[in-house]
Ligand binder design. Structure first.
Ligand code: PRX
Length: 637
């Protein structure tokens, strides 16, 4: 493609100046059962309704629509190096499985608008279940398998599902990770009790079934082999799914998305940002439990008529050539991953990257955390393809910033995820005055409403929290991303970390409050602060500082080590290994303001060897000394 920066500028301007015409055009990328009557209704800001009156269906557009032209082509490539299985489902086969799953759900009483919670490993049935929900207008809520009983229980209570779909177990590095046991515990903890639980038995772990509640997936499937379940046409603004994400409080936020806007946004992004073509293969290495998996393992590639790879396993097992083996075998053209995974690969023998023919691959897209230039240059050099950083959030569902190579071939800039994507009116705002910052001035990254199609409509069941959280500042016209950023003189943006207490560990978004709450459940913990500390591999690592009720058990190095392990186990149990801090330090006090608020930023600065800045807000500056002293104690090896 020729260098044409102006093409993008003009395209972008049109999306901002005339969103109605712009998005009405993009909406033609999907099929509508009923055309929409109004492109955008922004009469009740900040609530946005796209394609009002239009009727469509995500499953129809992702699956049924392709049957006429590509029924026999691969749609879902499910690979597990954990169970040594590999199954390719054509669009026709995927269609049949989704119909079966939809019939199973209906048999279990699921109706349009009902919530279905999916707590599953990366197996094909998880994709069938998501698409089956979309087909019958049920609202899915996928919970990441790395979350444990307590986190799961919170989500069960918030989503109040009529049905939960799960499995006996997942597997990680050859170790069986129980799902059913954790699910039973979560249902026990939750106030809301789902009437039915549908279980895929992979034969990995024994499952005890609750009579009258638990149903075997394979058995019920046998009764639905020939099922034909018509697509339920949904008004564009009907809910498609809830996806929980972390925020400042311990209570996760249920991001709620629509149907039509999401379909249009993803179809457009597949073409203009990811440049994927129907008939090609897309490989996104994320997990269906995260937004990247929703958008770019399941819905995006299928909407585009591409085959999508669903991979259960590590990037380095059986060895670090596994991803490239998949690329070669399935002629992957576009790949999406996270910087941490690339940093992991960088530590592996280089020849493993060279073992396979990667000539099909056209570009690698990285998202979820800041991309450092060393990592980007290394992988781009080794693969011989462009690396394209893209910045977005669970809330937006698709990239806010990147370089949309499908529109105009603007060059990328090291350390920058690029420029605002069409549809996003991005600004950098001074935190206190709300004024727009000048070039190279640090401020909060905000998006002026209306948000483009595909972004969250609200938080499930809590409009007030949606408005109060994201649109609190700056006259309710600006959506806060809660990220710091700067824009350089040429219009490239740089993301400088979160403004709130959210941390990013290996591309996973975690709330420090959630980790603190699980640590607090240990009987000897009096107070705790968790901060995200710079980590060369994972971007950030969670580090905990704990005040004990009884300090005696931690008085000796061996005692402290045992207690540290115990606390980590508590986090594993309540939150899941995903939230486990890398270290737990014991201190006698924590830096707080006069009103008792923890000053996490000061703790973080000390951990990262930086100046903690203005100490005037801290009531007891000696507490900082405690942090320094705790860090000086080396772990017992
Ligand atoms: O802080 C930003 C960081 O990840 C947050 C969103 O995480 P999550 O909701 O899990 O969605 C991930 C979707 C890719 C953001 O607020 N983040 C995401 N992408 C980037 C990033 N930080 C820097 N560069 C990125 N490309």
């Amino acid at each position: 493609m020729s260098f044409d920066a102006a093409a993008y500028e003009a395209f972008y301007r049109r999306s901002i100046d005339d969103p109605h015409t712009f998005w009405a055009e993009q909406a033609q990328r999907i099929e509508w059962h009923q055309p929409f009557k109004q492109t955008l209704d922004y009469s009740k800001p900040p609530f946005t309704k796209w394609f009002v009156g239009g009727e469509t269906n995500l499953c129809h557009n992702a699956v049924d629509r392709h049957l006429a032209t590509r029924a026999g082509q691969p749609a879902l490539i499910a690979i597990s190096t954990e169970t040594d299985t590999e199954t390719v489902y054509t669009f026709a086969q995927l269609h049949a499985e989704v119909n079966r799953c939809a019939a199973m759900m209906q048999a279990l009483g699921v109706k349009q608008g009902d919530r279905v919670l999916i707590y599953m490993p990366m197996i094909a049935e998880a994709t069938f279940a998501m698409l089956a929900c979309a087909r019958i207008g049920a609202v899915h809520s996928v919970v990441f398998g790395g979350f444990a009983a307590n986190s799961l229980a919170t989500r069960i209570d918030d989503a109040a599902p009529v049905l939960i779909i799960s499995a006996d177990a997942g597997s990680r590095a050859g170790r069986v990770m129980p799902y059913k046991v954790l699910l039973d515990e979560a249902i026990e903890l939750a106030q809301h009790k789902p009437s039915r639980v549908l279980l895929v038995d992979r034969g990995l772990a024994p499952m005890s079934k609750v009579a009258g509640r638990d149903i075997d997936y394979a058995t019920l499937r046998q009764t639905c082999l020939d099922a034909v379940v018509p697509v339920v046409w949904l008004e564009s603004n009907a809910p498609s799914y809830i996806l929980y994400t972390s925020g400042t409080t311990g209570k996760p936020k249920g991001v709620l998305r629509d149907v039509g806007g999401y379909a249009v946004a993803l179809a457009t992004s597949m073409d203009l940002i990811f440049c994927g073509k129907a008939g090609e293969t897309f490989f996104c290495t994320s997990d269906i439990g995260w937004v990247v998996g929703h958008s770019y393992i399941v819905y995006g590639p299928l909407l585009a008529g591409m085959a999508t790879v669903m991979y259960e396993g590590l990037p380095i097992r059986p060895d670090a050539a596994i991803w490239w083996q998949i690329v070669e075998k399935y002629k992957v053209t576009r790949m999406s991953s996270a910087p941490t995974a690339i940093r992991v690969l960088k530590k592996q023998p280089l020849e493993l990257l060279k073992k396979h023919d990667l000539s099909s691959l056209k570009a690698l897209y990285l998202a979820g955390e800041p991309l450092d230039q060393t990592t980007s240059d290394w992988i781009s050099g080794e693969l011989g393809v462009p690396v394209i950083d893209n910045y977005w959030q669970t809330e937006t569902g698709w990239p806010i910033m990147s370089i949309a190579k499908g529109v105009g071939d603007k060059p990328t800039r090291p350390g920058s995820p690029g420029m605002p994507i069409y549809g996003y009116k991005v600004k950098i705002i001074d935190e206190t005055t709300g004024e727009e910052c000048g070039a190279n001035e640090k401020g909060v990254v905000v998006i002026e409403g209306p948000l483009p199609p595909g972004c969250l409509q609200t938080l499930h069941g809590d409009d007030a929290r949606f408005v109060g959280t994201y649109w609190r500042n700056f006259k309710r016209e600006l959506y806060s991303t809660f990220d710091w950023g700067i824009r350089d003189a040429d219009g490239y943006y740089f993301i400088l970390g979160r403004t709130d207490d959210v941390i990013n560990v290996a591309g996973h978004r975690l709330g420090t409050r959630e980790i603190e709450e699980s640590i607090s459940s240990h009987c000897n913990v009096s107070e705790v602060a968790v901060v995200g500390v710079e980590d060369p591999l994972k971007g950030q690592a969670a580090v905990a500082f704990v005040i004990l009720k009884n300090a005696a058990p931690a008085a000796t190095p061996a005692g402290a080590q045992a207690l540290e392990a115990e606390i980590m186990k508590v986090v594993d149990h309540y939150l899941g290994p995903v939230g486990r801090p890398s270290r737990v330090h014991f201190v006698a006090s924590l830096p707080k303001t006069r009103s008792g608020k923890l000053v996490r930023r000061a703790i973080q600065s000390i951990c990262e060897g930086r100046d903690p800045g203005d100490l005037a807000v801290i009531e007891d500056p000696a507490a900082l000394q405690q942090i320094r002293a705790a860090l000086a104690v080396l772990p017992v090896s």
